[in-house]
Design a protein around this ligand. Structure first.
Ligand SMILES: O=C(CSCCNC(=O)c1cc(-c2ccc(F)cc2)cc(O)c1O)c1ccc(O)c(O)c1
Ligand SMILES: [Mg+2]
Length: 214
């Protein structure tokens, strides 16, 4: 029984990053995944685009779908102003265990709430159980075929407001054709594409930014 990839990423962080230093955690994970083993983090090519959108929105309440090891969780949380919070949903308990430790290593546990379970079950609980009025920013990075149903669920649950920004990873690779078609053709969204590359590779990928118009 060998180690899992999330366990190896955590070990790299514990061995190389500075406790409480989010930048060193991000750099450590990028170096590890570029040199040792590829992993599905948003990475250091798409990451700065994510950073610029988060900084522009400066959300008070943000949502991430798909935590994995917490790499993009940390990229987002390190840019939040005090008093703001990021809720991140992960369905895989083994990933959640690792992500909590990596988020803590970065010193960001006070701004992040990691919830375990399927997004389709957790999203309808946001208002009552987690006292969310609406989200200012949503980062979609979970199962690619769930982007569209979960976006519709967020709309139906009244969790999007005029101006909410959705940012979707992997719209080219692996691809999210149904989601793209929806946000690019719906009169309720203003969408634009940021061309980049699949993490740690030269393959094309990109982020789609979609503003909910209400
Ligand atoms: O995959 C999942 C479901 S959630 C992750 C969704 N994200 C992706 O699938 C995802 C995939 C790719 C990608 C993969 C192979 C390629 F050849 C090219 C691209 C890139 C990304 O940036 C992504 O975000 C999951 C299942 C069981 C578990 O045990 C668990 O830990 C995770
Ligand atoms: Mg991704």
């Amino acid at each position: 029984t060998g180690s899992t990839q999330p366990q190896r990423i955590l070990k790299a962080v514990q061995n190389n990053a500075t406790w409480g230093d989010a930048e060193s955690v991000i750099a450590t994970i990028d170096n590890y995944c570029r040199r040792k083993e590829w992993a599905m983090n948003v990475g250091d090519d798409k990451g700065p685009i994510l950073d610029s959108v988060v900084s522009e929105v400066s959300p008070k309440v943000a949502l991430e779908l798909g935590t994995y090891c917490g790499y993009s969780t940390i990229r987002i949380a390190r840019l939040l102003s005090p008093g703001s919070c990021l809720i991140t949903l992960e369905f895989n308990p083994d990933c959640a265990i690792i992500a909590r430790q990596i988020i803590a290593w970065a010193g960001l546990q006070d701004r992040v709430q990691l919830l375990e379970g399927p997004s389709k079950d957790l999203i309808p609980q946001m208002k009552e159980s987690f006292r969310v009025k609406s989200f200012d920013f949503v980062f979609l990075d979970h199962w690619k075929e769930y982007y569209l149903p979960d976006t519709k669920l967020l709309e139906e649950c009244g969790l999007l407001r005029k101006g909410t920004v959705l940012l979707a990873d992997n719209v080219i690779c692996p691809g999210t054709p149904k989601y793209l078609e929806y946000v690019r053709n719906s009169p309720r969204y203003e969408s634009c594409y940021f061309k980049s590359h699949l993490e740690y590779t030269k393959v094309e990928d990109g982020l789609e930014k979609s503003v909910f118009l209400g």
